[in-house]
Design a protein. Structure first.
Length: 299
């Protein structure tokens, strides 16, 4: 039985993914599943380069504005909601197109939904969380060392979340985490065809600089101020995104705007480098010199 076909438009920030999706929409009956860890938050539009209202009217978009910026939002939550959106698109007879640069989201959607060898078991997890609270992280780690020495050597006692997960897998399956059959992208639920624009590094950096300038012109400072005014803590997960964490000190009077802009542009360039490193390792991606080269074979 063939897997459902999905397209993915990926790559670093400011590389033209949204524009490419709009071009593609002229030729195909498709819907967008946004794959951006900042665009999930409500009220964060300018700094995340969220598709405009006009773009959203032209083409259905999913996974935008699904999270409260005052609360953390996990990769697991994204995977579950995005998978539901994809199922709905397929049932409507449309082509789902993933658009975004968050590599962790892509990996989560590429792998089997039973990520990690076994599903979460709350009762078992709560038991080991109680051990942590009662006896401390060293005792918890010692339990793992007794049951799965190989994994215990790899995990630091401070990494209590993964220690608990390894103990949970051991108890539920009877097989140490170190001997679990780890999922592969080949075993994932979709036939993913991935594309990215192959821009010269200098052009990419110029686009990043221009995007930052345009965001500031469009009111990014007011957007950050509004989020703070509506109770989003400066240390919230959402406020650690580029363009937000740099401007909070400006609004507090701690940093000159000029210095914050220089820092924001530098951090965005560095982020694009990390994205390129991540995506260059993914051999499924076809890098395009021209948007007109985007072609794929139907399954």
């Amino acid at each position: 039985m063939s897997k459902p076909l999905l397209l993915g438009l990926v790559g670093p920030t400011a590389s033209g993914k949204t524009a490419l999706s709009m071009q593609l929409a002229r030729r195909h009956d498709m819907e967008i599943v946004c794959m951006d860890s900042m665009q999930v938050y409500r009220g964060m539009d300018i700094g995340t380069a969220k598709p405009t209202l006009e773009e959203q009217r032209r083409l259905p978009h999913h996974m935008l504005d699904v999270a409260d910026p005052r609360e953390p939002y996990s990769v697991a939550e994204y995977r579950e909601a995005a998978a539901q959106a994809i199922d709905g698109i397929l049932k409507r007879g449309c082509l789902p197109v993933l658009v975004g640069g968050t590599g962790l989201y892509l990996r989560a959607l590429s792998l089997p939904l039973s990520l990690g060898g076994t599903s979460r078991q709350d009762e078992v997890r709560e038991k080991y969380e109680a051990v942590l609270q009662r006896d401390g992280k060293e005792a918890l780690h010692a339990l793992l060392a007794n049951r799965d020495p190989e994994t215990a050597l790899r995990l630091h006692p401070n990494d209590t979340r993964r220690v608990i997960r390894a103990l949970e897998v051991w108890e539920v399956t009877g097989v140490p985490f170190s001997r679990q059959q780890m999922p592969r992208v080949e075993d994932g639920p979709y036939d993913l065809r991935l594309f990215a624009m192959d821009l010269p590094r200098g052009e990419l950096y110029q686009r990043i600089e221009e995007r930052v300038d345009l965001m500031l012109k469009d009111g990014l400072i007011d957007e950050v101020e509004s989020l703070l005014r509506h109770g989003v803590p400066p240390d919230a997960q959402a406020m650690q995104g580029l363009g937000y964490k740099e401007l909070v000190p400006v609004l507090r009077g701690e940093t000159p705007l000029e210095d914050a802009v220089v820092l924001l542009k530098q951090r965005t360039r560095n982020y694009a480098k990390r994205q390129l490193t991540w995506f260059n390792k993914d051999k499924r991606i076809r890098w395009l010199k021209d948007a007109k080269d985007l072609r794929w074979e139907e399954p």
